[in-house]
Design a protein around this ligand. Sequence first.
Ligand SMILES: [Zn+2]
Length: 86
Amino acid sequence: MKNAIDRCDICGGELAPGKTTLEIWRGEELIVVKDVPADVCQQCGEAYLSPQVSERLDDFLDEYHRHRPERYIAVPEYSAGQAMGG
Ligand SMILES: [Zn+2]
């Protein structure tokens, strides 16, 4: 997760206020946080979080188990052998 900047680190594109969906691994668990406020690159879509949002998110990730998720989604997992192998 990166902090707020004026232009995109990756492509130099302009950032505009928007929302992003974060996928975060915590140990063996993948959790998704939707509609996180972020500055979003208008060119490549990279999202940048403000320090305040990052901090709030870190707090949530310390205790997310105490919150009931809105829903569960199934995530298909493949091995590299499947992806790369013939
Ligand atoms: Zn960009």
